[in-house]
Design a protein around this ligand. Sequence first.
Ligand code: B4P
Length: 191
Amino acid sequence: MVNILIFGPPGSGKGTQSVKLAEKFNLLHLSTGDMLRAEIAAGSELGKKMSSIMSKGELVPDEVVIEMIAGKIDHSTGTAGFLFDGFPRTVAQTIALEEMLNRRGMKIDSMLVLDVDHDELVKRLIGRAELSDRPDDRDTAVIENRIDVYREKTEPIIAYCRDKGLYQPVNGMGTIDEIFERLSGRLRQLV
Ligand code: B4P
């Protein structure tokens, strides 16, 4: 089983690319953002609590997403591995993921980091706001806050993973197909 992190700021294409990569390489795509939005759509108690945090562009508590991910790993069958999209988002979540995988005889195998210019991130998210009903894409102040939260709380994971030899930067500028080819090249060496 191979375990790959797809990493990058909001709007860098993590979700977009993960769907395509998971299908091509028979990986289970685990997106904490999608899981949280499903809770909100279902109107669950958890969803109600998380909705206001997410609409401001803040991170939900570590323990919420760690528990969600553990449940998915334990109930999966028949895949070549896991593609983690939008998780981990803090160093604490990274350590929890490592421990979770180690207990199951696995490890993080690679961290693919999509590099995208700030203006392009904002442009993509504003573009999505026109097509989807995500409240966190509708307000440019919330988009900027999500990027700030990424720089402050999420980006330190890169240094943590670089020290372990897991960090692999990937140019995230260009068309969806061009970026998919770059990422596929990396995955072919791993899966
Ligand atoms: P996420 O769902 O992870 O959302 P995101 O960071 O905005 O990125 P996403 O993957 O959806 O978008 P993508 O770049 O593919 O998180 C949402 C919120 O959930 C967080 O703010 C937080 O509150 C909470 N959350 C989630 N996980 C958490 C965790 N682990 N801990 C705590 N809180 C957590 O695409 C963006 C747009 O760009 C799309 O419209 C796409 O079509 C477009 N696009 C992609 N690639 C493109 C390209 N090459 N060219 C042009 N457009 C492109």
